[in-house]
Ligand binder design. Structure first.
Ligand SMILES: Cc1cc2nc3c(=O)[nH]c(=O)nc-3n(C[C@H](O)[C@H](O)[C@H](O)COP(=O)(O)OP(=O)(O)OC[C@H]3O[C@@H](n4cnc5c(N)ncnc54)[C@H](O)[C@@H]3O)c2cc1C
Length: 429
């Protein structure tokens, strides 16, 4: 503990990781400063659109019910597109919205949610300043003892970097080098306002119930995919593209995204809507292997996206819950060990309890999703097979076996390649 300190803990970034950490510490009487570069928490933030409530419940039991969230997700959908055609799998589970209990997940808008969580932290005693960018950390004999923001220098026991993907603080602390395009996706998202009754009709939804849809085959062969979430009075439509592939293909991401919006399976859902937000943001795609293996230094812990705690499993993306869990883990580490040289290892053991096993369990998904056939041949084959099955233009009908053979042949399907892909999936599950 430093006698000359201004605060016990300084947290950089009021996203879900930073605010969850600040809230946990303040409730235990710690003097916390939370610094956010945006005009207000959430003003610079972007997500696809769904948060799993178990993390909020871990932050504080009963918290989900008081949060400013959108619709609870009861429809989990996967859509496959090829050309103008599409196939959709809709898993409807009413129990995801139980009568007595906490719904499993909600759609979420960051400008509302981040603000709400930061306000919660502030009412627990956290000092929050917005519109200030932290520029650097202060080091003394190799240990981190504070931060520099403009002309201000602030000293503390512990600095927590919650500054999101491509963390400047983790770079300044020497924990990561330059950003690697291979482990990042470029996300683009539009929030499209529509009356809630129209959303209910278009998505066949009951009041307050929502849809989470992941879309494959809509990226012109580029590794990536799209997502769609229904909010109370808006739709979040977005896509994530491999920056490396975008560069090679030469088509700008905004044009690809525009094509998605015009797709016959998407346009009717958003038509007559008003765009109220358009944003782009990087998203960590590398999973467990791309995280910062040692997310600490003496006097500094790294949490949330800044540490690479995000999982893209293809059918769902999880970063918000991991951000909250890592924020709690960092707070718990400081509460139990305040010697700045020992807090880091305690933090890692808290992470091991909280989230690392879940990340390890799906660590090879990233490898599976590198298979370019997933974005080209496979969607094409699936859609061609459907065309064959549902096209009746003569009295005779080919059997399913014949249609499958024809489809595979027409798409130059190779059993060897497929066996290799299946083996990768089996190994990674
Ligand atoms: C396109 C896309 C779709 C996604 N979909 C989902 C989804 O559906 N579900 C899900 O769970 N996750 C999703 N994610 C991931 C999720 O958004 C992140 O994992 C989550 O936001 C991480 O929270 P965080 O608090 O660590 O970082 P962030 O939310 O990025 O917050 C970091 C904060 O730090 C501030 N900051 C940065 N630098 C400084 C500085 N120098 N000084 C002061 N403040 C600073 C920023 O302004 C920001 O407020 C998605 C991400 C993207 C990009």
């Amino acid at each position: 503990m430093r006698p000359d300190k201004d605060f016990d803990v300084i947290i950089i970034g009021a996203g879900p990781a930073g605010s969850a950490c600040a809230y946990t510490l303040a409730k235990q009487g710690k003097d916390v400063m939370l610094i956010e570069r945006g005009d207000f928490p959430g003003s610079k933030n972007m997500t696809g659109g769904r948060i799993y409530s178990y993390a909020l419940e871990q932050l504080e039991p009963g918290l989900t019910a008081s949060t400013d969230l959108e619709r609870c997700v009861v429809h989990e959908q996967v859509m496959v597109m090829a050309g103008g055609r599409s196939i959709m799998l809709d898993y409807h589970d009413p129990l995801f919205n139980p009568e007595n209990g906490v719904p499993q997940s909600y759609t979420v808008l960051r400008s509302k949610f981040d603000r709400w969580l930061a306000n919660k932290a502030e009412s627990a005693g956290v000092n929050i300043v917005c519109g200030i960018r932290v520029d650097d950390v202060i080091k003394e004999n190799g240990d981190i003892i504070g931060v520099i923001a403009g002309d201000d220098k602030m000293i503390c026991d512990l600095v927590i970097a919650a500054d999101g993907v491509n963390s400047l603080m983790a770079q300044k602390a020497g924990l990561i080098g330059d950003i690697r395009a291979g482990s990042m996706g470029l996300g683009i998202k539009e929030t499209i306002e529509l009356p809630s009754e129209i959303i209910n009709q278009r998505f066949n939804l009951k009041e307050n119930e929502g849809t989470a849809r992941m879309i494959l085959g809509c990226t012109d062969g580029i590794r990536g995919g799209a997502f769609l979430y229904t909010n109370n009075d808006s739709i979040s439509l977005g896509a994530v593209y491999s920056p490396e592939d975008i560069q090679k293909c030469g088509k700008p991401a905004h044009r690809l995204f525009q094509e998605l919006k015009m797709h016959p399976a998407i346009y009717p859902l958003i038509t007559d809507g008003r765009t109220v937000e358009y944003a782009a943001h990087l998203v960590g795609e590398g999973g467990y292997k791309a995280r910062i293996a040692k997310p600490y230094q003496n006097g500094l812990l790294v949490i949330g996206d800044a540490a690479g705690f995000v999982m893209n499993m293809g059918y769902t993306v999880r970063g918000l819950d991991l951000a909250i869990l890592s924020g709690i883990a960092a707070a718990d580490a400081y509460l139990s060990e305040q010697d700045s040289r020992k807090t880091g290892p305690v933090y890692v053991s808290e992470l091991e309890k909280a989230l690392l096993p879940a990340m390890r369990a799906v660590e090879k998904y990233h490898q599976v999703m590198q298979n370019s056939s997933l974005y080209t041949e496979y969607p094409q084959m699936a859609v061609s097979l459907m065309t064959g099955i549902y096209t009746v233009d003569a009295p005779g009908t080919a059997s399913l076996k014949t249609l499958t053979k024809q489809t595979l042949k027409a798409n130059h399907f190779s059993w060897r390649k497929a066996a290799k892909a299946i083996w990768t999936v089996v190994k990674s599950s």
